[in-house]
Each structure stands twice: as structure tokens, then as C-alpha cells.
Design a protein around this ligand. Sequence first.
Ligand code: MD3
Ligand code: FE
Length: 203
Amino acid sequence: MHELPAGFRYLPEYLDRLAQEAMVDEIRAVVAAAPLFVPRMPKTGKPMSVRMTNCGTLGWVTDQDRGYRYQELHPVTGLPWPPIPPVLLRLWQEVSGYPQPPEACLVNFYEGEAKMGLHQDRDERTFEAPVVSVSLGDQCLFRIGGTAHGAPTRSFRLSSGDVVVLGGESRLSFHGVDRVYPGTSTLLRNGGRINLTLRRVTP
Ligand code: MD3
Ligand code: FE
């Protein structure tokens, strides 16, 4: 095992069960207005195994032709993303230490064998603000490394209600989700895992 990057803060069980249930209700409303879509890798068009949507003034999307980017409109409905629920704006205020509100909340939905390969989050126009992550539902095996490709990584489980703040050095670290453990939470009626990432996109 290796040192965690500076600026990485793990807040286990930050949300209690009631707060998690309230958050899931908010996300169900977001998904009703902005349906989950299948993101596709740039150039190859290979589908990612997670489904996604967003809330906020900007949402992260990717497709074969235009690649990774933030945009104001849902790629399928063409409508603006729904607003970030106030409870998530309050969470950002509590944990981010950043004076401005997040512009994007990416909703990742993992079911079955879904995973996310090691990557950096670098599509934002500022890296001054941290990324705040909320895990809901089944546990996952999360991996985080350094800011250089091929640096050693550490793995640990993220559980429902856990919050992670990725600031400072950790903001540009490689990270990913190797697998989800089915049946490890009763929060979601049909199982699976939801991850919310709150982000500031513009300086
Ligand atoms: C470390 N999501 O959406 S959240 C992503 O669980 C993403 O769905 C994963 O990576 C998920 O981009 C991991 C934890 C996380 C989020 C952003 C980070 C870790 C991070 C940014 C920098 C370093
Ligand atoms: Fe990421």
C-alpha cells in the first residue's frame, strides 16, 4: 500500500440512512427529467458500462464524434439539465471549502458488471476546486493512484453514504472503479450503485 495523495479526504458514513434515502429520491426526480444515457468513448464509439445523467448548469457527456466535454443540454432530450438539488448544494458548502457553488453534478449508475477504468478528471477549466463524490447503494472497489500514469495505486471499498473530497494534489490523480459488489446494500430497490460527483467547471 502507498500514501494517499495530499488533499484526499475520505468521510465514511457522512450521510445517514435517512439522508441517503432523501438523496435517492432527489436523484430519481433528476433521472425522470434527464434520462440516463449510454456514454460512448471518443473515436471508437465503444459504450461505457455505466449509464449517466447530470444536473446543474453544465453536464459532462461523451460521444464518438465530439468526445469528452461539458454542455448545457441533455444529449438525447436536448433540454437543459435539471438544477442541482439544494441538499447537494449544501453538502458542497459543508465539505468543499470552495467559495463558489458547483456547476455540474454527474450521476453515474452502475449495475451488473459496470466499472470505470483508471482515468483523470481533466475536462474542467479549473482544477482549483475539489471534486466531491457521494456513493449510494452497493459497495464498490475504488482505486486511486498518483498524478503520473503508472504510479502505484491503492484500493479500498466505498460504501453507501460515504463522501470523498478530492482536492489539492489528489484532484488530478488517476482513479477508477474496478467492480461493484452486488447485494451489499438495501438502499436501491433493484440494487446497483449510484455515484454523484459535484464539480466546478469554470474558474
Ligand atoms: C479522484 N467516478 O465520474 S468517484 C467520475 O465512483 C468518477 O463513479 C467514480 O471517477 C465513481 O469521473 C469515482 C470518486 C472520485 C471522483 C473524482 C475524482 C475520485 C476522484 C477526481 C480526482 C481524483
Ligand atoms: Fe473520475
